[in-house]
Design a protein around this ligand. Structure first.
Ligand code: SF4
Length: 268
């Protein structure tokens, strides 16, 4: 299996396309025949579906199952100031009771008190983040694994004396997990930009990180770099080959899309 930068249309993934055996396109995809054919063609274009003609009908199949490629989902809620939590508690009660994620964590710059912890569901982990420290993340509380495989409860509304919830099946959660993972995957990998500063480098650990030789640590370029920084010295950003590194370190392959590829029956 290879992960690719191509996108399989959602209508293709959500449809009951048989694996291995052909079925009429119009029986598999909802809507008028033109729409069904267009969705099938879009799936074939990505290499995920085989589409052919049998007995004068356009038919479709999946040559192979959609792979189980999601290792785990960790949701990190960024809340710099716990004294101004907004809807944080509610969001985290929602995350914990729905259980679409494997783990939920709050990352904060605040000093974390017992009162803060008490307001959060027990399963939610807490990280204290301080970029001035050599090790910027201190784990205040470890997260507990959520029940991502089973059914969950979605919090719809909260009142003083009652909470409205809706049951969500394990299958619906699996669809949501897939969508979250695909979105995260599609956003890319190491999405930070390296600063245009002579003091910036990519670190020396064989992994590209925004390392600052002036502060002698990894920095957050979006927050810390720029002409206001006392160590700033104008220069081109360090040269990096992130696609090559992503291919080397993950299962992602730049050209794995297999456009127009049709699998043969010998795959079964
Ligand atoms: S701008 Fe400042 S923090 Fe960023 S790399 Fe340069 S010296 Fe370091």
């Amino acid at each position: 299996m290879a992960l690719t930068s191509d996108t399989i249309p959602r209508a293709v993934l959500d449809a009951p396309v048989p694996v291995g055996t052909y079925e009429r396109v119009t029986r598999v995809f909802d809507g008028p025949p033109e729409r069904a054919r267009a969705v099938a063609d879009a799936g074939a274009e990505t290499g995920f579906l085989d589409v052919t003609r049998r007995d004068g009908q356009q038919v479709v199949r999946q040559p192979t199952r959609y792979p189980e490629w999601i290792g785990g989902l960790v949701g990190v809620e960024n809340k710099p100031d716990l004294e101004r939590p907004g809807g944080l508690s509610r969001q985290l009660r929602h995350d914990a009771s729905l259980g679409v994620l494997d783990y939920a964590v709050v990352a904060t710059e605040s000093h974390v008190t017992g009162a803060h912890l008490n307001r959060l569901p027990d399963a939610v982990g807490v990280w204290r983040v301080d970029f001035d420290r050599e090790r910027p993340i201190r784990i205040v509380r470890e997260p507990e694994r959520l029940d991502a495989a089973g059914p969950g409860l979605e919090v719809l509304d909260e009142h003083a004396a009652r909470t409205d919830v809706r049951p969500v099946s394990g299958a619906a959660k699996a669809r949501q997990r897939r969508q979250i993972a695909e979105r995260a995957h599609g956003k890319g990998w190491r999405t930070f930009g390296l600063p245009g500063c002579a003091r910036a480098s990519t670190g020396d650990g064989g992994v590209t990180l925004p390392y600052c030789e002036h502060f002698d640590r990894v920095v957050d370029p979006a927050r810390e770099c720029g002409t206001d920084c006392p160590g700033f010295a104008d220069a081109d950003p360090p040269a990096v080959a992130l696609d090559a590194e992503r291919e080397r370190r993950t299962r992602w392959e730049r050209d794995a899309g297999g456009r127009h590829r049709q699998a043969g029956l010998d795959q079964f």
